[in-house]
Design a protein around this ligand. Structure first.
Ligand code: PEP
Length: 255
């Protein structure tokens, strides 16, 4: 059984004070959640204080990105060991906004996955096609290239612990959600691909989140799909009420 994992990606939002207000609310609202693993990914500036506020709670902290070197002359970058030091347990890599606005490639995503694993943290590796690619029938080819890129040179043991986020770019921040059937089809493709690249054990262990306009109203049906093991939530993770409702609506779904 894979334990579902729901993560909030706050993107470029929230001061330290706003971050603390949000997590203090979440702590109260999600106190009794055990069956779903919970993660919030604040901006770098708030990460250490959020981690302190969430210390020994059921909500863990993630970062939204990292650089692949541990230290050195890389002005403006933050490394995985630094994020671990600040309290992160997860790091999102290869988010479509990083690929689109900051020229990330499958190669740089792979370096970051390796850096996150080397630091003893869990990568949340994002994959997914954009609208043009979907309309041209390239969805599976793009997902395959993202997965092969992210997992290149990763051992089966490490691969089993990676979290994959399938995020169709056309559904991110647009209010358009993939239908549960579209999402399940892509998730099943990813799981079968992992079985081919590794084996059934790895494919059965990797948790695959869905991301793209997840809201309280659509969370339950998405989470009920056989290969959907949680969600990566952007916009709806910025308010405690909507994030908590997504989590609560995802609990106890029968598959
Ligand atoms: C995201 O940024 O990972 C995301 C899925 O955003 P949203 O939920 O706002 O579509």
């Amino acid at each position: 059984m894979r334990r579902p994992i729901i993560a909030g990606n706050w993107k470029l939002n929230k001061t330290i004070a706003e971050s603390l207000e949000l997590v203090n609310n979440l702590k109260r609202q999600l106190l009794d959640v055990e069956e779903v693993e919970l993660v919030v990914c604040p901006p770098f500036t708030a990460l250490a204080e959020v981690a302190e506020a969430l210390f020994e709670t059921n909500i863990q902290v993630g970062a939204q990105d990292c650089y692949w070197e541990d230290s050195g002359a890389f002005t403006g970058e933050v490394s995985a060991p630094m994020l671990k030091d600040a309290g992160a347990k997860f790091i999102i890599v290869g988010h479509s906004e990083r690929r689109q606005f900051f020229s990330e490639t499958d190669q740089t995503v792979n370096k970051k996955v390796k850096a996150v694993l080397k630091a003893g943290l869990t990568p949340i590796a994002c994959v997914g096609e954009n609208l043009t690619q979907r309309e041209k029938g390239q969805t599976f080819a793009i997902i395959e290239s993202h997965i092969k890129g992210a997992f290149d040179g990763i051992s089966a043991e490490d691969a089993a612990g990676i979290v994959v986020a399938y995020e169709p770019v056309w559904a991110i921040g647009t209010g358009k959600t993939a239908t549960p059937q579209q999402a399940q089809e892509a998730h099943n493709f990813i799981r079968k691909l992992l079985a081919k690249l590794y084996n059934d054990d790895v494919a059965g262990s990797v948790r695959i989140q869905y991301g793209g306009s997840v809201k309280p109203a659509n969370a339950r049906e998405l989470m009920a799909q056989a290969d959907i093991d949680g969600a990566l939530v952007g916009g709806a993770s910025l308010e405690a009420e909507s994030f908590a409702a997504i989590v609560n609506n995802s609990r106890g779904v029968s598959k």
